[in-house]
Structures are given as C-alpha cells and as structure tokens.
Write a protein that binds this ligand. Structure first.
Ligand code: MN3
Length: 241
C-alpha cells in the first residue's frame, strides 16, 4: 500500500490514523473499510499473507502456516468460486434441482474464506493488549480483559469437532459477543461482524501440537494482534452507522 492509499484508509478509520504504516491490517482494507475478498468481476480472491511464513514461529510453525494458507484457505477460495459459478449456471439454465447443494457449499466455502482472511491479520509475533475504546467495550460486556480471555479460550478449546472461537461485534445489541462456530458457518448470530477468530480445525495445529488443541489455543492467545482487533471494532461500528 502506498502512502496515498494509506491516508485514504486512515481517514476512514478516523481516530485510528496514528497507526503505523506497517500495520498488517492496513495492507488489506478497502475503501469500505472491510477486507477485500473479491476482484472487480466478483470472483473470490485470496490476499497474500501479511507476513512471511516463519513470522509466527514458534507459536505457529512455518510448515503448518504454509500448508494452512495455501491448501486449506486457498482450497476454500477455489471452492467458493466453483460454488458461485454453479449457482449462476443453474439460475441461468432454469433447472434448480441442484441449486440447494451449491448454495450450502457456498455458505461453507465462503465463510471459510472470510474467517481465514481475518485470522491471518489477527496474529502477530509479539504480545499486545487491547486499549482505549475496545478495552472499554470489553470491560462493559465481559467485566474484564482477563474474563474475556478465559471465555474465548474455553469456547475455542471446546468446539465440537472442527470450528472456530469467535469474538464479534453484534450491531443489533451494540455489544461484543462470542460465538462457538462449527465448521465455518454454523452457530452464528445474524448480524455479527467477526473481529477475532481462532481456528481450531486440526489442520491449524496437528503437525506441531498433535492432539493438544488446548496448548495451541493458549499459544495463539499469546500472539493476538489486539491493534488489528481494535481496528476491526472501529470499522464494524462505522459500517452499521
Ligand atoms: Mn483453517
């Protein structure tokens, strides 16, 4: 991102214009302030990782990050494009026999694309903590930052099967809320905008952490980029104004 684009995005972020130029999220925001996940023709696109594949060592090993980004996230993007093409094909042909199948697949693949795109930007290689407006909202909705950490940790570790622990902004109640998402698309609340997502599919940790999902979640919670979560919180509030 060049300086001009950065200033444009910073203007959208309002008070967040003091963010450093190398902030990982500012590389991927659009003029609307949310992640750009489609090209000009509406095809789903995967943005490059905002860091090298060894950036999250030792918390997330390089091989896992490479495989996860390229094949799991990348596969979801390919899948979503195929699903959308199939939906359009069936709508055009007028034969709707298969359209329910591709609609379900699109919900699964595109939700995976959204969550993975947020996930990469949520991580850092150093310890940070929420400040200012985000911290105030956390204290209002959960009591304290420590309580939130305990809550999201429990939610993420105890997902049944594959899924995500998610902190989101719920515009209908103007509050933060947690979701224990199964697969990529189940157990949501309508309207929630994800701010922080923790991938607990086995592909996210099995090479390094084996069966110890809880150890992986504990390690990830040490490297959350709370500045990124705070940016997402500010954008979420602006989007629904
Ligand atoms: Mn994953």
């Amino acid at each position: 991102m060049n300086r001009k684009d950065f200033m444009k995005n910073s203007a959208i972020l309002g008070g967040a214009s003091i963010l450093p130029l190398n902030n990982v999220f500012t590389q991927n925001v659009t003029e609307n302030g949310i992640d750009k996940l489609v090209d000009i023709e509406g095809n789903f696109i995967q943005n490059p990782l905002p860091y090298n594949t060894n950036f999250l060592e030792p918390h997330m090993d390089e091989e896992t990050l490479h495989l996860h980004f390229k094949f799991h996230h990348g596969g979801a993007v390919k899948g979503a494009n195929k699903d959308l093409a199939k939906v359009k094909f069936h709508l055009k042909s007028g034969d709707l026999d298969q359209v329910d199948l591709w609609t379900r697949k699109l919900a699964y693949h595109f939700s995976s694309h959204v969550l993975h795109s947020i996930f990469w930007s949520n991580l850092s290689n150093k310890k940070t903590e929420p400040r200012t407006e985000l911290l105030k909202q956390i204290e209002k909705d959960f009591g304290s930052f420590n309580t939130l950490i305990g809550y999201i940790s429990k939610i993420a570790k105890s997902v049944e099967g594959s899924g995500w622990g998610i902190l989101g902004y719920q515009p209908y109640s103007a509050s933060l809320t947690l979701l224990q998402c199964e697969n990529h698309q189940k157990l949501t609340q309508w309207g929630v905008i994800p701010l922080l997502v923790i991938d607990v599919w086995e592909h996210a940790y099995y090479l390094k952490y084996k069966n110890k999902r809880a150890d992986f979640v504990d390690a990830l919670l040490e490297i959350i980029n709370w500045d990124n979560v705070a940016e997402r919180f500010e954008i979420a509030k602006k989007l629904v104004k």
